[in-house]
Design a protein around this ligand. Structure first.
Ligand SMILES: [Fe+2]
Ligand SMILES: [Fe+2]
Length: 244
C-alpha cells in the first residue's frame, strides 16, 4: 500500500502571525503537518496550490523549510494566489506546468497547473490537455491520479464562478480512460467526493479557513488534509482528517 497525503491551500504569509479570515494561516499549516507526521504513513505529499496568500518570497521560504524538514518526496502545484517568480527564487525551479510522477510500479500521478496570471478562475491550455492525453496513453500499465488546483466539476456554491473554465474539455479527456482512477483538487477549501463513470472526484479542506455555501459566512469546519491509500489492481481508499 502507498500512502499519499494531500495538503492544500495553506495561504502562507510573510509574517507568521498574520490572520486571514480569523486564522493564523502559518501556524495552522504547521499544526496540520505536525498531525500528519505524528499519525500517518507518508510515502508522497501533494500540495495542491494557494501555497502562499501574499505571494511573498518569505512565505515560500517558510513552506520550503517546513516541507523539506519532513524528508519525504512532495510536489508543489500552483494556485491562483501563488507568485511563480517568488516560488522560483526560493526553489530555483518553476512550478511544473504538467508533470508525471511515478509512485510505484502500478501507480502514477499527473499534476496540472490550472492557474492563469491575475485571474481567480483556472484554465488548462490545449497544449496541457494534449500532453496529459499523451501521458495517459503512454502509462500503459499504470493506474493514475490527476491533481490540479481548480475544481473540474461544479461544487454547487459560489466558488463555481471561479472554477476550472474548460471543465468539459478536461472531463472529455479523462472520462473514457479506465486507467484514470481519481481526480483531486484544492481551491474550494471544502470536502467533497463523488464518482463520475469509474473515476473518484474529490476536494479537500484547506489547512487554514474553510469555505461555506454563503460567501459572506465562512464555514466553521476545521482545517484538515486528505489521505489516499493506493493498492494493487487499481484499488484506492481515501479519507479526510480534520484537526482541532
Ligand atoms: Fe485557496
Ligand atoms: Fe485558489
Amino acid at each position: 500500500m502507498i500512502s499519499i497525503i494531500q495538503i492544500t491551500d495553506p495561504h502562507l504569509t510573510r509574517h507568521k502571525n498574520t490572520e486571514i479570515k480569523s486564522c493564523k494561516t502559518n501556524s495552522s499549516f504547521e499544526r496540520v503537518l505536525q498531525n500528519v507526521v505524528s499519525n500517518e504513513q507518508i510515502d508522497f505529499i501533494i500540495v495542491s496550490g494557494d501555497i502562499s496568500d501574499d505571494g511573498s518570497r518569505e512565505s515560500y521560504q517558510f513552506y520550503k523549510n517546513t516541507l523539506e524538514s519532513l524528508k519525504k518526496p512532495f510536489v508543489s502545484i500552483p494556485g491562483n494566489h501563488d507568485n511563480k517568480d517568488n516560488f522560483k527564487l526560493v526553489f530555483q525551479k518553476d512550478f511544473p506546468n504538467i508533470s508525471c510522477i511515478p509512485l510505484s510500479d502500478e501507480w502514477g500521478l499527473i499534476t496540472l497547473d490550472s492557474s492563469v496570471d491575475d485571474e481567480e478562475g483556472g484554465v488548462l491550455t490545449d497544449k496541457q490537455i494534449k500532453t496529459a492525453q499523451d501521458l495517459i496513453e503512454a502509462s500503459l500499465h499504470k493506474n493514475l491520479i490527476l491533481c490540479l488546483h481548480h475544481q473540474p466539476i461544479n461544487m454547487g456554491f459560489w466558488i463555481d464562478e471561479i472554477g476550472l473554465q474548460n471543465k468539459d474539455q478536461f472531463l472529455s479527456l479523462i472520462l473514457d480512460q479506465p486507467k484514470v482512477k481519481a481526480v483531486v483538487w484544492g481551491h474550494v477549501h471544502h470536502e467533497y467526493q463523488t464518482t463520475l463513470g469509474s473515476i473518484l472526484f474529490m476536494s479537500t479542506p484547506s489547512t487554514c479557513y474553510q469555505f461555506g455555501e454563503d460567501e459572506t459566512n465562512q464555514s466553521r469546519q476545521k482545517p484538515g488534509y486528505r489521505k489516499i491509500y493506493l493498492y494493487d489492481l487499481g484499488k484506492l481508499t481515501t479519507q479526510v482528517v480534520r484537526i482541532n
